[in-house]
Design a protein around this ligand. Structure first.
Ligand SMILES: [Mn+2]
Length: 382
């Protein structure tokens, strides 16, 4: 018998993102893309006949969600569990660290890290212990060693030890400028990671990455795997590939060995930022400029058009959201934003609304920062 365990690991699915029940305006909603990729990843778990699925948190896009959305999001997990593939779920910051849906906990094959705890299982003759904790909002940096103790994990408790959480880890990077998480209160220290784990399965950082060294370049006792989000949730993620990870662990060493991992990309819609110069432009001129950039973008793109300068009044009219959408294919998401403050009253209000809409799902904890750390644009972790 091959003493190998295969686990499909996904995180930050943000179900319900841009999926209003009663939309005020008729435009393409990105929420369906999130659901489609979620289903693709879980279907892969069945096709690959993995031994278990781990969800690294932020299953839903916020904590208060309609019951119908909970049902819709839970159904694919229940199908997996019904098929005999156990599912482990880490509550993320968008679940407020306590998943408000008792359905999850009721299924015998769905296991929730509703508090720091350790689940054990045996697959293919390999005893596996999965220690995990729900998202810890305040000062995880100092709290982490105690939280880890509270999981009840022990060296030698199984052939393979895995650790699951939804936190920033030292050295993780996000955003177009490769912002690096270092010493802030919400960043888990590399030196607090015990040696006896085969791998850390982490959610929260939306960029896929596997960390193998600390900030000084010293090897970590175990790789920290971020599968990243399954779709782009913010402009800061526009260059990132999206997907999930399949990993293979096997006995060996103090807590097992990560033998292999593979990143499986999912189709994510292209996000494009274009700039136009509209100073003094009238309606027809603005529509021409918009038509040019819209025509250049892929028909399924998520497009932001940044406008420089102050157009004439009818040019401003042409920049209203509904007018812009009318110029774009129905498959495209398009929004207009002012390139600078003070310009474009009408569209800047619209842009403000768009940003609030995009960023209301930002975790409260993300606002906390260390004294010397500057944060990237909101939404890049979340
Ligand atoms: Mn998230």
């Amino acid at each position: 018998m091959h003493r190998v365990v295969r686990i499909l690991f996904l995180a930050d699915t943000h179900l319900g993102f841009d999926l209003p029940r009663r939309p005020r305006i008729d435009r393409r909603r990105r929420g369906h893309d999130f659901f489609a990729n979620y289903e693709r990843a879980l279907q892969a778990a069945r096709d690959l006949a993995v031994d278990a699925v781990v969800h690294g948190g932020d299953l839903f896009y916020r904590s208060r969600i309609p019951a119908s959305l909970v049902q819709q999001g839970m159904l694919p997990l229940k199908r997996l569990a019904d098929a005999g593939i156990p599912v482990y779920v880490v509550p993320g910051n968008h679940e407020r660290s306590a998943v408000p849906f008792p359905l999850l906990a009721q299924h015998p094959h769905i296991h929730l890290f509703d508090r720091p705890r350790t689940y054990t299982a045996e697959w293919n003759g390999v005893r596996v212990a999965l220690a995990g904790l729900p998202f810890h909002r305040d000062g995880v940096r100092t709290a982490f060693p105690a939280l880890l103790d509270q999981t009840g994990w022990e060296p030698g408790q199984a052939d393979v030890n895995l650790l699951c959480f939804h936190q920033c880890f030292e050295g993780a990077t996000v955003g177009p400028q490769n912002y690096t998480f270092r010493t802030a209160a919400d960043v888990v220290r590399a030196s607090d990671l015990p040696a006896a784990f085969a791998a850390v399965l982490a959610g929260h950082i939306h960029r896929h990455q596997v960390l193998t060294t600390d900030l000084r370049g010293r090897p970590l006792p175990a790789p920290v795997i971020y599968p990243g989000s399954i779709e782009r949730t913010a402009w800061a993620e526009r260059g990132e590939e999206k997907g999930y990870v399949v990993l293979e662990v096997t006995p060996g060493g103090p807590g097992g060995v990560l033998r292999h991992w593979t990143f499986h990309p999912l189709p994510a819609r292209p996000m494009v930022i274009e700039e136009i110069r509209a100073d003094g432009a009238d309606g027809p001129a603005v529509r021409r400029l918009l038509g040019d950039v819209i025509g250049r973008a892929a028909p399924d793109a998520v497009l932001q058009i940044r406008v420089h300068g102050e157009p004439r009044p009818d040019g401003l009219e042409a920049l209203r959201a509904a007018s812009v959408r009318a110029l774009a294919p129905a498959t495209m998401n398009v929004e207009v934003a002012p390139a600078s403050k003070g310009a474009l009253q009408a569209s800047s209000q619209r842009a403000h609304h768009v940003q609030r809409h995009l960023w209301t799902s930002r975790p409260r904890g993300a606002a906390r920062r260390g004294p010397r750390e500057r944060r990237p644009a909101p939404g890049s972790t979340a």
